[in-house]
Design a binder for this molecule. Structure first.
Ligand code: AHR
Length: 507
């Protein structure tokens, strides 16, 4: 027998805007994300523009990627941007010590990244180097990218073939300063963040949204220290004029160092552990948000989750430093659960970036090394099915009847996850049935507006460990039947499935 749930959705009770930027992405010089992923080089037989793979760009355009973070991650804190400009053959090489200890030829650099953003229609989120860089180096990078008119860096950019400055809305001040970004204390980094941010200038019309790097998981000491740094006693500037946001990272992974488990072969308990870990992001996000509220009740300072996603053992036979993992329906549900949480907390959460876009960790695209084919992972489809939430207004959503939570593992697991929004006269409900064996009959108790023109979509598969591979897209959206119900609508969704229901709303 199916589980039953009823969700009251108050279509006339707007909560806050869900920034499209919570659907952001992350591309690091790591494994096959940039090289052999986004960038195939000038000599590739694959369709490309200046080495950027165009069928990959086309696929990603289906997601309307709002922003792309680059060049890391840990790599950002050993990246020296001047090595990645000018004629490619003359660019210095380096060793990517974090990721596989391989040689990096710097063929994908600033111009290539900005072109990629243009092709994707995505805003650039550039992450600067605090760990092994200098204030001058970072300040000059901003000048190179964004300054028009006469200036040393604008002149250098022109020498390299780009006359007009680019627009760069988002800037990261280092990465994971508690670890690979310099092993600093929260207090030391907070001072560094203020110092660096001071010299990250707004040139012309380019207005930077400066993001200070915060702590891992629920380590709120970093958030507290950075919020205190923003108090800026005696400073001439408005406190939030120094940096505008604080980030944190949250991975659905076993304790770092432990075996993380296979991406494709897992027990029911391991599946529920992942669902619980994904749901726990709500507690973590709330913890950071609560600290910020003490200093900033008006929520002017943004919270950014610029790395999230699953982290499993690498696929057999691949370089352990390349973090290449498969992506099943379990990963898709981890994503759908995160998005419901993001929608609920979008009054503070202004951006989030899945780690990472292509061939690394919870990728939305895998490129098959043999056939060269592009594989859209189950996670890709969650991003695509949720597109209607971009810049939509979240509405009040309450699960008033639901199956009992599972409480026998490390985390309690609610078996249903849901969120809803309204945009341009249409409502969109996202629903996840996390029960691994039971279907779910759901009543969508839609209140406050008239509803018409209903359609549903479903992402499911026979097995929770099903995944897509070249020539076999086992996990792909299909249509979902919906039925009228005295309270609104009803749908039945199979076990371990994600669904969306869309409808027109009128007064
Ligand atoms: O996304 C992979 C790595 O995870 C990033 O480089 C780092 O910031 C985090 O530890």
């Amino acid at each position: 027998m199916a589980n039953e749930a009823r969700v009251v959705i108050d279509l006339d009770v707007p909560l806050h805007t869900i920034s499209r930027h919570v659907y952001g992405h992350f591309a690091e010089h790591l494994g096959r994300c940039i090289y052999d992923g986004f960038y195939v080089g000038d000599d590739s037989p694959l369709p490309h523009e200046g080495g950027i793979r165009l069928d990959l760009v086309d696929a990603l355009r289906e997601l309307a990627i709002p922003n792309l973070r680059w060049p890391g991650g840990c790599f950002a804190d050993e990246y020296h941007w001047m090595d990645g400009i000018g004629p490619r053959e003359g660019r210095p090489r380096m060793v990517n010590t974090h990721w596989g200890d391989v040689e990096e030829n710097n063929h994908f650099g600033t111009h290539e990244f900005m072109r990629l953003c243009e092709l994707l229609g995505a805003d650039a989120y550039v992450n600067g180097n605090v760990g092994s860089g200098t204030v001058r180096e970072m300040s000059e990078w901003v000048e190179y990218l964004t300054r028009a008119g006469a200036s040393p860096m604008a002149a250098l950019r022109r020498e390299n073939g780009r006359d007009e400055p680019w627009t760069v809305p988002f800037w990261g001040i280092g990465n994971e300063p508690w670890g690979c970004g310099g092993n600093m204390s929260p207090e030391h980094y907070a001072e560094e963040a203020r110092r660096y941010a001071t010299y990250l200038r707004d040139h012309g019309n380019n207005s930077l949204y400066r993001i200070a790097a915060g702590g891992p998981d629920d380590d709120v000491r970093w958030t507290k220290s950075l919020m205190e740094a923003l108090q800026c006693f005696g400073c001439a500037k408005e406190p939030r004029g120094i940096f505008q946001a604080i980030s944190f990272h949250y991975y659905s992974m076993a304790t770092p160092g432990d075996a993380k488990g296979s991406a494709t072969s897992f027990t029911d308990d391991e599946y529920y552990w992942a669902m619980g870990k994904a749901q726990d992001v709500e507690r973590v996000l709330t913890a950071h948000s609560n600290v910020m509220d003490v200093y900033d009740p008006g929520k002017k300072v943004g919270l950014v989750l610029d790395e999230w996603g699953t982290w499993w053992d690498v696929e057999e036979g691949t370089n352990p430093g390349f973090l290449y993992q498969q992506n099943t329906l379990r990963d898709a549900l981890v994503a759908s659960v995160h998005f419901d949480v993001f929608h609920r907390h979008a009054d503070r959460l202004v951006m989030a970036n899945l780690a990472q876009t292509v061939n690394v960790l919870q990728a939305v695209i895998l490129t098959d090394p043999e056939s060269g084919e592009i594989v859209r992972t189950p996670t890709f489809h969650v991003f695509e099915m949720n597109r209607g939430h971009h810049d939509a207004t979240a509405v009040s959503t309450h699960l008033v009847e639901r199956p009992a939570a599972r409480v026998d593992g490390e985390f309690p697991v609610e078996l249903v996850s849901v969120s809803a929004s309204v945009k341009d006269g249409r409502g969109l409900v996202s629903l996840s049935n996390l029960d691994s064996t039971e279907a779910l009959d759901v009543v969508l108790d839609l209140r406050g507006q008239q509803v018409s023109d209903v359609s549903g979509r479903l992402l499911s598969a026979a097995r929770i460990d099903d995944y897509n591979r070249a020539g076999d897209a086992a996990v792909t959206p299909t249509s979902l039947s919906t039925a009228a119900h005295p309270r609104g609508l009803s749908v039945t969704i199979p076990p371990h499935s994600f669904a969306t229901v869309s409808f027109a709303v009128t007064n």
